[in-house]
Design a protein around this ligand. Structure first.
Ligand SMILES: [Zn+2]
Length: 341
């Protein structure tokens, strides 16, 4: 079967990926990311879900309707595999585990972020600190003023039933799904593989159109980019498998997109290194001289939240260059300054 012919972003319109695997696009209550893909895997004991979306009424009724088309009710969901704890993947899983007694699986390293969640601390407490250290004080002030939106309050977050470390073979009703630790986008991100049918459920680790954000979580890992690149190399070892991403269309091979992401980060590392050599001192200095997204926007044109993720990405590149011995950092001032090693 070739590339999907349905619009990948039409929520509710299910797409049969194989005889037993179906993609269910679900709506998201977010300004720019409109759809998350849940996947349903048919087994001989019921159904397994991967990333069943954001807990809200609209998404839930679409998911229930899609299951009904497949001949299931929510009580037939035996297990829920979640690639990472971001709310657009995890919150409905937590709700359904509670209401329908499915077994919930999540990567063990997500516990840092799950446990650190406290709605009273602001929306992005760690990111505010990172932005100040990056020399982006105005942006930090704007982020500090953000409050949780109505769709973000009272989210069910909490631990899963089973923490995955990677390497587990999960029996999904006669079909084995293997969990692979792919840290980077978040610390505990998991990619799930059906080795028999050659399917890779890539979550947010490999996405068709978006460059995944790195370490954008409550309790990030300092070397998130190094972890991310290592995890991309893991996916290259599965380059011929089909890619079933959490956002966007299914494609026939994961390898070509992984290759593009590796090239993107290689170019960014070079660019950032060049900017420091040319006199930029902080992550914010460098981010202001770069162009962002496919539309080549400046950081000021990105707006507050995307401006923040741009600065965080530059921090990730700078920190990797420090560990590679190509840059040195200096913490004697308020902002961290970088210079050639
Ligand atoms: Zn995510």
């Amino acid at each position: 079967m070739s590339q999907s012919t349905t619009d990948p972003d039409t929520s509710g319109c299910i797409e049969r990926v194989t005889e037993d695997v179906v993609r269910i696009p679900l709506p998201l209550p977010m300004p720019d990311l409109k759809v998350v893909n849940a996947y349903a895997i048919r087994g001989d004991d019921g159904v397994t879900l991967v990333d069943p979306g954001w807990a809200n009424a609209e998404s839930e009724s679409i998911l229930v309707g899609a299951l009904r088309q497949l001949g299931y009710v929510p009580g037939d969901v035996r297990r829920i595999l979640v690639t990472h704890a971001h709310w657009d993947h995890y919150t409905q899983a937590v709700k359904w585990r509670r209401e329908h007694a499915a077994t919930l699986f999540l990567g063990r390293e997500e516990r840092h972020t799950v446990e650190a969640f406290d709605g009273l601390q602001g929306v992005y407490p760690n990111q505010v600190r990172s932005l100040r250290r990056a020399g982006a004080n105005d942006l930090a002030d704007e982020i500090e003023r953000l409050e949780l939106g109505p769709h973000e309050r009272d989210m069910a977050v909490g631990p899963p039933d089973i923490w995955l470390g990677g390497g587990e073979e999960i029996d999904c009703g006669g079909r084995t799904i293997v969990a692979h630790a792919t840290p980077g986008h978040t610390r505990g991100h998991m990619v799930f593989e059906d080795p028999v049918d050659g399917l890779l459920f890539t979550g947010d680790h490999v996405l068709p159109r978006i460059t995944p954000s790195i370490g954008f979580e409550r309790a990030p890992d300092r070397l998130a980019l190094r972890s991310y690149l290592n995890s991309l190399h893991f996916c290259m070892s599965r380059s011929d498998e089909r890619m079933l991403p959490a956002h966007g269309a299914v494609s026939d091979d994961v390898g070509s997109r992984v290759e593009e992401l590796l090239v993107h980060h290689e170019q960014r590392l070079k660019e950032v290194l060049g900017l420091i050599a040319a006199g930029a001192e902080t992550a914010y200095d460098a981010a202001r001289q770069m162009l962002w997204t496919r539309r080549e926007k400046t950081i000021d044109e990105l707006g507050t939240v995307h401006g923040m993720t741009a600065v965080l990405e530059v921090i990730a590149h700078l920190e990797l260059l420090v560990t590679q011995g190509l840059l040195q950092s200096d913490d004697s001032g308020i902002a961290r300054r970088y210079h050639a090693a």
